[in-house]
Write a protein that binds this ligand. Structure first.
Ligand SMILES: Nc1ncnc2c1ncn2[C@@H]1O[C@H](COP(=O)(O)OP(=O)(O)OP(=O)(O)O)[C@@H](O)[C@H]1O
Length: 218
């Protein structure tokens, strides 16, 4: 198993006392597998991605990535994991305005010491970014910026890709096309994809589907 989650719990402090969001989540994801995570707004999908990505700490339970238990890692260890094993695609693109598209795509891979120009060219082609490589983020549409953010994460070749509505800014046809490209690039290379989506049509394209409700997965 690439990812194993057991009895994961997370509670946020709320105005009316502690508000449990995750009440014991169990999840397994194998290398090469894709999993869609659905659930109502506020059900805790982003919270789960943040915990698995090591961006926040759970209140209880275990998360193991490649057999390595996250809770025993210090900040430096979790940062190493974020640079190496895990890649996240968030709803905010966080592109670097002073870098052109090609340099934005290469950014994380360069940080991780894994930049591969041929892989970037393949990503740009697959995601329809080839004509835009010399442009700057402010010259791109929202959907184009979103595709740059996807390419930047995949460029670093993470073993596990965590994606929060990665095609949320795209029209239906482009979203379907970009998802197919992502699936081919991620699972085709033996990596795994855990993707949050509100779209049942997109969820159906992935290997498995889980629904988050009442703080648990079903
Ligand atoms: N940092 C935080 N502090 C306090 N409460 C939070 C925090 N982050 C999230 N929450 C609360 O936890 C619950 C789950 O939020 P989360 O963003 O994980 O839901 P979601 O399923 O991703 O929602 P959406 O589909 O709308 O993006 C919500 O009620 C939210 O208000």
């Amino acid at each position: 198993m690439l990812l194993t989650v057991r009895d994961l719990k997370k509670t946020y402090p709320g105005a009316e006392g502690p508000a449990p969001v995750l009440r014991g989540v169990d999840l397994d994801l194998a290398a090469g597998e894709s999993l869609a995570l659905t659930g109502e707004s506020g059900s805790g999908k982003s919270t789960l991605l943040h915990l698995v990505g090591g961006l926040d700490r759970p209140d209880g339970g275990q998360i193991a990535l490649d057999g390595e238990e996250l809770s025993v890692l210090d900040d430096a260890g979790r940062a190493r994991l974020r640079r190496g094993t895990v890649g996240v695609i968030f709803q905010q693109f966080n592109l670097i305005p002073s870098l052109d598209v090609a340099a934005n795509i290469a950014f994380q891979a360069r940080l991780a010491g894994r930049h591969d120009a041929a892989r970037d060219a393949q990503l740009a082609e697959a995601l329809g970014l080839a004509p835009h490589l010399a442009k700057y983020p402010e010259q791109l549409s929202g959907g184009q910026q979103q595709r740059v953010a996807i390419a930047r994460t995949l460029s670093a070749a993470p073993r596990l890709v965590l994606a929060d509505e990665p095609t949320g800014n795209l029209d239906e046809a482009t979203a379907a096309h970009v998802l197919e490209a992502m699936l081919a690039l991620v699972t085709g290379s033996g990596a795994a994809l855990l993707m949050v989506t509100h779209s049942q049509a997109l969820a159906a394209r992935l290997d498995r589907r889980l629904h988050l409700t009442g703080g648990r997965l079903a």
